[in-house]
Write a protein that binds this ligand. Structure first.
Ligand code: AHR
Ligand code: AHR
Length: 482
């Protein structure tokens, strides 16, 4: 049985079921998600390998070979057509794209295995969001509903709001109680739990709630497992937060009881849109990774949720390599040569904090050689990837800010470490490596007018142009000049 078969047996059927990694009904063999590739704009749908099984990641890999791919649709497996697509602009923010539409996720941004088979999650960077404002069967008003999501417990931030669940149909903040969604992250603006986060909380609009109190509820723990199961459910004047390790063990109940001590949340005023990766008003500052999740009709029992947790554990989520292509080994010293026809004698170098390409050779001055040489260290923000320390400025690293590549001193902040972490993959033009920003897997090192950016293929910035993209993001990595 799949999670939604279990919810159905419990009398609280799935009315939305989203996953890019596996079928959530044992009989489901339809499309899990759609990807769109950068080379020609073509799309394809990815289905499970067999009914009830893991997504056919190999089909994606082959369709996306030598180009970029984005997850354009996450299909609803429940049969109700509650599919998720790029979110429209909202009251809080417009997305980065034409018409204010949010970004969509890199199709290969969150690789994992399930029972040893490769699959991809949905890596949400700030600016990324999915939504459906015209749903079927999702709870409205004070009606009962349940939901769970499997998330990456190590990918979070304090921005508003990495959510999955019930939001406003207008993408506007229409008041307290107009949302009921799972939140995961370490925002301390509204509620908090014990420790420093991240926490599973409920986004009920104009507040992230960790229990009965509006601010702190110490029974809601900091949760840091690589894979987490997060549960939020609500019914008239009663709701719960539950959670646990999605890779082993059982769920714990972090809160169960009355609606929060604040006006507007009892009764609730749910509107029934579905959001992923954003707040109800399209607040787009948050990050996180989503693997699977559902919304139910009715308030699921703990016994039903415990069976769903056992099913998730049996799916055996596990990590896999975040890199591909020629090895860029920790401890090595490297120089990175451009491969675009204009520029094959140019290497990534820095002039102070600015990062550029410069013509460097074995006969160059030693100062220039050092400017074009980098120590490869374990990724400051994720040790599955790497960081590049300047050879002539120890303690300073390549990092992006506003998608411009810079050399800056490590200030030890979470933001710096993440901005300085890169996951090399096989070069998009077949040469060397494309060096992806860990926090923005749609974006890779790109030289553009001899300056360095982290660029996406056809994004909103001038340096995102599709023209010569594959060549501009492919660098041959060799032993350092100095
Ligand atoms: O409740 C927290 C956030 O507040 C909601 O997600 C958003 O709609 C509002 O800005
Ligand atoms: O480069 C993109 C983002 O811009 C970085 O993550 C952040 O430091 C800045 O806001």
């Amino acid at each position: 049985a799949g999670p939604c078969d279990i919810y159905a047996s419990g009398g609280t059927p799935c009315v939305a079921a989203h996953s890019t990694t596996r079928a959530l009904f044992s009989a489901f063999s339809g499309s899990l998600y759609q990807v769109k590739r950068g080379s020609d704009g073509a799309t394809t749908n990815i289905a499970p390998l067999s009914a009830g099984g893991v997504a056919n990641a190999a089909a994606q890999d082959s369709f996306c070979s030598g180009t970029t791919c984005l997850i354009t649709t996450i299909f609803d497996q429940s049969g109700r057509g509650n599919h998720l697509t790029a979110a429209p602009p909202g009251g809080a923010a417009s997305g980065p794209n034409a018409g204010g539409v949010d970004d969509t996720a890199a199709a290969d941004g969150a690789p994992v295995t399930l029972n040893g088979q490769k699959a991809y999650g949905v890596f949400v960077s700030p600016g990324t969001g999915y939504r459906n404002d015209a749903t079927n069967g999702i709870a409205v008003g004070d009606a009962a509903e349940g939901m769970y999501a499997v998330l990456d417990g190590t990918h979070f931030n304090g921005g508003c709001c990495f959510d999955y669940g019930n939001g406003e149909t207008s993408a506007r903040d229409t008041g307290n109680g107009h949302m009921e969604a799972i939140y995961f992250g370490n925002s301390g603006v509204w509620g908090t739990g014990s420790g420093s986060g991240p926490w599973i909380m409920a986004d009920l609009e104009n507040g992230l709630f960790s229990g009965l109190n509006v601010k702190n509820n110490p029974a809601d723990p900091t949760i840091t497992n690589r894979f987490i199961t997060a549960v939020v459910k609500g019914q008239p004047n009663n709701w719960s937060i539950r959670g646990g390790n999605a890779a082993s063990g059982s769920l714990s109940t972090f809160y169960s009881g009355a609606r929060p001590n604040a006006s507007g949340y009892n009764p609730m005023h749910k509107e029934g849109a579905i959001i992923l990766g954003i707040g109800g008003d399209n607040s787009i500052s948050a990050q996180g990774t989503f693997y699977e999740g559902v919304m139910t009709s009715g308030f699921p029992s703990e016994a039903t949720e415990n069976s769903v947790q056992a099913n998730i554990v049996a799916a055996r989520y596990a990590t896999t390599s975040m890199t591909s292509g020629p090895a860029i080994s920790v401890g090595s010293h490297v120089s990175l040569r451009a491969t675009t026809a204009c520029c094959t004698t140019r290497f990534i170098a820095h002039t102070g904090s600015a990062v550029n390409t410069q013509v460097v050779s074995s006969s160059s001055a030693s100062a220039l050689k050092l400017q074009a040489s980098w120590n490869v260290v374990a990724g400051l923000g994720n040790s599955a990837c790497v960081s590049f320390e300047s050879r002539d400025t120890p303690g300073s690293f390549l990092r992006h800010a506003n998608f411009v590549l810079l050399v800056n001193a490590n200030d030890n902040s979470k933001q710096f470490k993440e901005d300085a972490t890169f996951c090399p993959k096989v070069g998009l033009n077949g040469q060397g490596n494309s060096i992806r920003a860990w926090g923005y897997p749609t974006r890779s090192f790109r030289h553009f007018n001899n300056s360095l950016f982290v660029a996406s293929n056809g994004g909103p910035n001038t340096f995102d142009t599709t023209s010569t993209y594959n060549d501009d993001v492919s660098f041959v990595v060799s032993t350092a000049f100095a």
